[in-house]
Write a new protein. Structure first.
Length: 443
């Protein structure tokens, strides 16, 4: 006889003595069925309570039944609720194992086949417990979390009172060991938050945009969101009152930088509201006395730090300077907030379009288009051009970094699956760029 045949013959030996069925065994089986049902309900509760969607929670909160109120109370202390479920489920499962063993030994004598006794006691009972006490109820609860949570609210509330000393001990000891193991570190990294956003529901598209803005907020420098000096409306201190009013009306801005000789020598910021009481005084009025001190910030300053400084200083505009002290642009409170909530427009804003769409995969972009806006328009990742971006903050700057010089008009530049064609340029800057996405080419 082969060794395997000997093993299976030993395992499934028919030398089992069946004992008489008694009323006690029947009561034991009934008790076992009740315990198995309790295990199923408690296991399902864990999934039901902790998988409630926002709409499900809203339905429960609006409910006027006592069960709805109990569910809300239980969810206020989720750690204690989880501890109660775990403790109750373990007590019930231990009771199931004990009852099963007693009933099996009362029904059958395994002295002639100990291996089969072990198989029934461990494998079969564990299988039944997992199937009917864990898997099936959790699948049902996952599909009907509101109904299951309301049904189990009162029993879990009662169990919470019964097992209160044990559950409190578990919560406190668990928190203690967690602090020891994790070093009391509860902070999430930016990568963790970004990954969580990637896993969020597609239906939360607008919310994800705002959350993505918050996550990326601390990583951006002012140079990425500022208005470059070439696009800044500013006035010279030698400008007359009448000319100044014309510039203000034409620009529509409420704050205008004031400089002497060149924009690298900014002297202050003129608030239009300070000028309003004097608007009829003509060129004889010394409007220069109204300018307020400028607030200078370096290009490398993070916008989250600048926002705090704006709040502390109670100002809305800063002049951005480079490492040599030259003015590179301005940044406003509105620029910072738009990085979180998106474009902010009012009834006085003229729509400024940096691009136009020619066909499905072809666009015309202004050279001054910020790279952040370029990424958003084409739905690109922030690191799409990280290999060639360098210090560039605009689309024209990206081309200059890649080429090393100002390319001639009509020149085509191919990078990965992007084709850039220079539509307009002079000897100083790139003005317009045609961007075409090349289909079927690896990015």
């Amino acid at each position: 006889m082969e060794e395997s045949d000997y093993f299976f013959g030993f395992l499934f030996s028919t030398d089992i003595v069946f004992l008489p069925f008694t009323a006690g065994i029947g009561i034991g089986l009934l008790g076992l069925a009740i315990l198995l049902l309790m295990s199923a309900l408690i296991s399902g509760s864990e999934v039901a309570f902790f998988s409630l969607s926002p709409s499900g929670l809203n339905t429960i909160e609006k409910g006027e039944t006592n069960s709805s109120r109990v569910v809300c109370l239980l969810l206020e202390d989720q750690e204690r609720l989880l501890a109660t479920i775990v403790v109750a489920n373990n007590f019930v499962n231990i009771a199931i194992v004990i009852f099963s063993t007693i009933i099996a030994e009362s029904l059958m004598d395994f002295s002639a086949a100990p291996a089969l006794g072990f198989f029934i006691m461990v494998v079969v009972i564990t299988f039944l417990l997992l199937l009917f006490g864990e898997i099936l109820p959790k699948l049902y609860a996952n599909h009907n979390p509101v109904r299951f949570a309301l049904f189990m609210a009162q029993p879990l509330s009662f169990a919470g009172k019964v097992f209160s000393p044990v559950s409190r001990l578990l919560v406190r000891s668990g928190a203690f060991f967690y602090r020891k193991v994790s070093g009391a570190r509860d902070n999430l990294s930016i990568d963790d938050l970004s990954h969580a956003l990637d896993l969020a529901e597609p239906s939360l598209k607008e919310d994800k945009k705002i959350l993505r803005g918050i996550v990326d907020f601390g990583n951006k420098a002012v140079t990425e969101i500022m208005k470059p000096r070439i696009d800044v409306v500013a006035v010279n201190t030698s400008t007359g009152m009448n000319k100044l009013i014309s510039i203000i009306i034409e620009s529509g801005y409420s704050r205008i930088p004031v400089y002497t000789e060149t924009f690298d020598d900014v002297r202050g910021i003129l608030y239009v509201k300070d000028l309003l009481p004097h608007h009829q005084k003509g060129d004889a009025f010394k409007w220069q006395t109204l300018i307020r001190p400028p607030y200078f910030v370096p290009e490398t300053k993070k916008i989250n730090d600048l926002l705090k400084e704006f709040q502390h200083q109670k100002i809305h505009m800063a002049v951005v300077v480079d490492e040599y002290g030259g003015t590179t642009g301005i940044v406003t409170m509105e620029d910072i907030l738009e990085e979180i909530v998106g474009e902010i427009s009012d009834e006085f804003d003229l729509e400024e379009l940096y691009f136009s769409k020619l066909e499905d995969n072809t666009y015309i972009f202004e050279g001054k288009t910020p790279l952040n806006d370029f990424y958003k328009i084409l739905n690109l990742n922030q690191d799409e051009f990280e290999d060639i971006r360098g210090d560039a903050d605009t689309l024209a700057g990206l081309i200059l970094e890649y080429e090393g010089e100002i390319p001639e008009k009509n020149k085509k530049i191919v990078y990965r699956n992007f084709e850039f064609k220079i539509e307009a340029a002079d000897n100083r800057r790139i003005k317009q760029i045609r961007v075409r996405l090349i289909k079927g080419k690896e990015v």
